[in-house]
Design a protein around this ligand. Structure first.
Ligand code: ACM
Ligand code: ZN
Length: 530
């Protein structure tokens, strides 16, 4: 073996330098891990090879070597042809996202049930290099996720984040083995995705005149605010995510949170006039008219372009926080209620969502909505995102609907991370979700064995009313995202004390990547001082 060698003579010195006697500290914690502290493996001159020449594995290897070059002293060549020291292979007897990682003096082998599995094995190897440097202890890992859906949502509407920032956000997700990016693209305060058929959406709808100051105070900054993603930008983000085995799920909000669309095309609303792109935060009565056919035509045309851009199985249609007063006053909406024999405006909302779901299904896609879509009744095939606590998710699972658990009590990363009464933290929307609280989420709470399979997974949500910049965003996301990642990947084998030990090591990777993270979990100031 040319490039890897076992050093037993220099062992004592090596151990002192790289801490190879310490157990590996992987986040999320793997299913099985063994290590031999007495034997070390030197990667300094290693090459990566892909014996099967699979294109996706070559791409994963290239990314891995780029990441390592940024965050370690290792510069690994990807060698397609020759036998290398780090071999990437598929083993289809493993589960789709499962992997096996073997670090031995004879060589390093990363095997995955699919290219995604190999990618996750490489993320673990990255962590080992961050922990030990180029001299690793002998390690064997067998690993697979608890949940197939491990998500993070980013609101790019209240505040806009550039394509480069979104890519960094995706880099963060990838390191945490998160496989869904829920991209919140339309809102009261800004429409952020180019729709070719309706170009005014990104001329008028993406711009607000100014932004409220502070905690929804009476003062405004007087500064126009705008930003949107062109369709090329979207394609770039979707491709970047796919290279990291992350599926992007777009959210096009309806029937509420629609002010920006209505300000652009007032005929979309019940009143037909008097709308603006909102400049403060909250829930607004300006919603899509459910009575006019032109509303559905518009939304279907929008979704036609959206499904061309996003290959995801799921399309998120929002459905949350839709006040009903404009429907109560609108002759067209009231006529719809009569024509469709609906009982009330809640059933009108169900009519709206069911109609959009039917359209999505006819186009080969599945619908996700926030838990409000349960209120007037839903189809069996809709997937619920439970955000107002877990109760919506529990009810949906009991009714046989698929559920993604994202309760605000544990998963809202725009909440404060401490209970410091002096509020020295950067702005949050309110509330309190410490790392420990996020870590304690039980996605199966109150569910029977028979109901558990309806839980697809978990997701952290980052709403950005109070997060105007990317450094602040990272501070809100890290390290809480690591806690949620562990819930999603390692649900049944969590251990809070061991997580703390591992995070002390893992955070080095945040630092090497130049990612900001909140210190409270590490310095103990996240806990309430009673
Ligand atoms: C939500 O937080 N309104 C889904
Ligand atoms: Zn109406």
């Amino acid at each position: 073996m040319k490039n890897l060698f076992l050093t037993t003579v220099a062992l004592v010195a090596t151990l002192a330098v790289c801490g190879a006697e310490n157990p590996p500290a992987l986040v999320p914690v793997p299913q099985h891990l063994t290590f031999e502290p007495g034997r070390t493996v030197d990667l300094a001159a290693a090459r990566i090879c892909i014996p099967g020449q699979e294109k996706e594995l070559i791409a994963a290897a290239t990314l891995f070597s780029r990441d390592l070059a940024r965050e370690s002293d290792l510069s690994l060549k990807v060698d397609r042809k020759a036998g290398g020291d780090i071999r990437l292979m598929l083993d289809t007897s493993l589960g789709e996202e499962a992997y096996r990682l073997s670090v031995r003096p004879e060589g390093v082998v990363v095997e995955g049930g699919s290219p995604a599995g190999v990618f996750y094995g490489l993320q673990s190897l990255r962590q080992l290099v961050a922990q030990y440097g180029t001299t690793l202890p002998e390690v064997q890992v067998e690993d697979a996720p608890s949940f197939g859906y491990r998500g993070a949502m980013l609101d790019c509407c209240r505040h806009f984040f550039t394509v480069e920032e979104v890519k960094t956000f995706l880099d963060i997700l990838a390191l945490h083995k998160i496989n869904r990016f829920h991209w919140h693209l339309t809102e009261d305060q800004g429409w952020r995705i180019e729709i070719k058929r309706y170009p005014e959406l990104t001329k008028i709808g993406s711009r607000r005149a100014e932004t409220v100051l502070g905690n929804n105070s009476v003062a405004y900054d007087g500064i126009p605010y705008d930003g949107y993603y062109t369709q090329d930008d979207v394609r770039e983000v979707v491709a970047y995510a796919a290279e990291r085995f992350i599926e992007v799920i777009p959210e096009i909000e309806m029937p509420g949170h629609a002010s920006a669309a209505l300000a652009t095309y007032p005929w979309l609303g019940c009143a037909g006039e008097g709308y603006k792109v909102q400049t403060c935060w909250g829930v607004f009565p300006e919603v899509f008219c459910a009575g006019k056919e032109s509303t559905f035509e518009f939304l279907q045309n929008v979704l036609s372009e959206v499904i061309e851009l996003f290959p995801s199985k799921y399309i998120h249609v929002g459905g949350d926080e839709c006040p009903k007063e404009s429907w109560e006053k609108c002759p067209a909406c009231q006529q719809r209620i009569r024509d469709e024999h609906l009982k009330n405006e809640h059933e009108l909302q169900s009519y709206f969502i069911l109609r959009m779901e039917k359209w999505l299904n006819e186009h080969g896609r599945s619908l996700i909505g926030w838990d409000e879509i349960l209120e007037g009744g839903i189809s069996q095939s809709a997937t619920i995102m439970s955000w107002r606590g877990a109760k919506g998710g529990i009810a949906a699972a009991r009714a046989g609907n698929k559920v993604i658990m994202t309760p605000n009590t544990h998963c809202y990363l725009d909440y404060y991370q401490t209970k410091d009464p002096r509020r020295l933290e950067p702005w949050g929307i309110g509330g309190y979700v410490s790392v420990g609280k996020a870590y304690s989420l039980d996605p199966y709470d109150q569910l029977t064995e028979a109901e558990r399979p309806y839980i697809l997974g978990v997701q952290g949500n980052i709403w950005t009313e109070y997060i105007a910049g990317f450094a602040h965003l990272q501070h809100m996301v890290l390290p809480r995202l690591a806690a949620l990642a562990e819930v999603g990947w390692s649900c049944e084998r969590r251990d809070a004390e061991d997580f703390r030990r591992r995070m002390e090591v893992f955070r080095k990777l945040y630092e090497r990547q130049g990612w900001r993270y909140a210190p409270y979990f590490f310095d103990g100031t996240d806990l309430p001082k009673e």
